[in-house]
Design a binder for this molecule. Sequence first.
Ligand SMILES: Nc1ncnc2c1ncn2[C@@H]1O[C@H](COP(=O)(O)OP(=O)(O)O)[C@@H](O)[C@H]1O
Ligand SMILES: [Mg+2]
Length: 313
Amino acid sequence: MDQAAQLRQMMEKESKNLYRLNSRMTDNRGSYEKEPRVIAVSSGKGGVGKTNIAVNLAVAFRRMGKRVLILDADLGLANIDIIFGMNPKYNIENIISGEKNLSQVIVSGPEGVDLIPAGSGVQELTQLTEGQKINLLNEFDLLNMKYDVMLIDVGAGVSSNVIYFNLAAEERIIVATPEPTSVTDAYALIKILHFQHGVKNFYLLLNMVSDEKEAKSVYDNLSRVTARFMGSISIEYAGFVPMDNCVREAVSRRKPVMCAYPEASSSYCFRVLADYLLKRKNNGRIDGNIKFFWKRLMSGETDADVKIGNRPV
Ligand SMILES: Nc1ncnc2c1ncn2[C@@H]1O[C@H](COP(=O)(O)OP(=O)(O)O)[C@@H](O)[C@H]1O
Ligand SMILES: [Mg+2]
């Protein structure tokens, strides 16, 4: 083979390698985009509708073809199972103690929304030995392949648990109603997450409003105040859910309103909200991965000062 032919062969080989490398990178990027989103739902004040929002949003995501897991992490008032009309036998505690594995604890709710009943077990996550943590993380790793979205019903207030879950999740929805106390408490939660923990991105969802105009006006007021006192913060209007008696009736039938009354105005808004969130490029993504969520949660690497269940922040 002459020199020119050798050179040509070398170049062809190089370009093939480069092509392979490129396509691998594209594949990786593709799978990165497909990594599950982890969205925390919390509020300053209790009783503003977080549980109903998590549950109905989950059903709406399912109807859009997404595989959804809910983590019931409201340590005070865990009650997703009530709205799902089920009585799960096990919760995360049974996984931590090693009695059960994840697949035995996860239950399947309406329309194939899966649920991890968390209960108070979550408080023990930071106290596990390294070996236990690795075992658990291996289990949670499987969830990345099984789900597109994990929603966390975090609970209300500014306790260390609420802060902790909000830090470990990569996206956070703060729920508020137009009541002044709810808005003030939402502000307090955002303020702590921002000033004490450097969180910059939030979605605000207004529940139990009379109409969109009221929702927008509450959002405008809150975002004006946060822009004034917290400069670089981004609070994005995610949408609203109207005050709707069907929600209450569905709860008393132990069903999500999306299932009991699909034509209700609130059900319509949940569909709009789910659509908005899916189209929205991930707001403030740290690492869109369920395993990393658990890792952050267990190691406390989100913030060394916040220890789950120890003290109010
Ligand atoms: N959009 C709504 N319209 C009417 N009632 C609602 C709405 N959202 C929630 N509720 C009612 O408010 C109460 C508290 O809701 P819940 O989801 O349990 O709140 P949280 O989880 O924030 O404590 C429930 O009785 C529920 O039926
Ligand atoms: Mg709740």
